[in-house]
Design a binder for this molecule. Structure first.
Ligand SMILES: [Mg+2]
Length: 229
């Protein structure tokens, strides 16, 4: 183990692409809507195209969002158009799927660590996800898009979560599927784990210098097992 996770006392999770495979649901929806191109491309090609397009769009969005966020404009938009935001999120909150092994992983880690959610979703979206799978009881802190003034990749939501569970940032671990999660974790002085169950690619997560990269979040139990096993 190149970086020790021995002193870890708290673990914070992103939701989309990390605990929920909502990213895959987005891809499937795009493939469904692009079905008129079926005569040109097979579904597998459409899926590949959709995934790389979204990955590119997200990289652009993240860098743009960084500017928007640093100016505090996202909060302005959220407050100026609350109905639009609410409607979009309600549409998006219908069907969550849990990534295989996540429920068991959370139930095990809960016995050894303080756990938290740090998501860019609305508070209602996060609660909807937790309630759908009865996961609320496992999390000591829940940070949603509007909890802090700045969102990921800024460290603020993570530092807020650490403060709430009363654990020093260097004893916290951030788990997420995109570079935004890794950058936020590093900026907060935390250990980071990238998971390949979402939009982030191995190349991107490596470039962001995640301390560990796992195929699936369920592998966390094995990785941390030597700490509590
Ligand atoms: Mg994510």
């Amino acid at each position: 183990m190149q970086t020790s996770l021995l002193g870890i006392e708290a673990i914070f999770f992103d939701i989309d692409g990390t605990l929920s495979d909502s990213d895959d649901q987005i891809i499937e929806e795009i493939v469904r809507r692009m079905h008129f191109l079926h005569f040109l491309w097979k579904d597998s090609h459409l899926r590949k195209f959709a995934r790389s397009s979204i990955s590119l769009a997200m990289t652009f969005f993240n860098s743009t969002y960084h500017v928007v966020d640093s100016l505090g404009l996202d909060n302005f938009f959220a407050k100026a158009f609350p109905h639009k935001h609410a409607q979009n999120k309600d549409d998006f909150e219908k069907d969550f799927n849990l990534i295989d092994g996540v429920e068991k992983m959370i139930a095990i880690l809960y016995r050894h660590y303080r756990l938290g959610i740090v998501s860019a979703r609305s508070e209602s979206g996060v609660l909807h996800f937790l309630q759908q799978f009865s996961l609320e009881k496992y999390f000591d802190v829940v940070v949603a898009a509007q909890t802090c003034y700045y969102t990921k990749p800024f460290p603020h939501p993570l530092l807020y979560a650490a403060e709430q569970v009363k654990v020093l940032p260097e004893k916290c671990l951030m788990v997420g599927d995109t570079i935004v999660d890794i950058l936020a974790g590093k900026a907060a002085g935390m250990k980071t784990i990238g998971v390949l169950s979402g939009f982030g690619t191995l190349k991107e997560l490596r470039r962001a210098a995640a301390d560990f990269i796992l195929i699936s979040p369920a592998e966390l139990v094995t990785l941390l097992n030597q700490n509590f096993g």
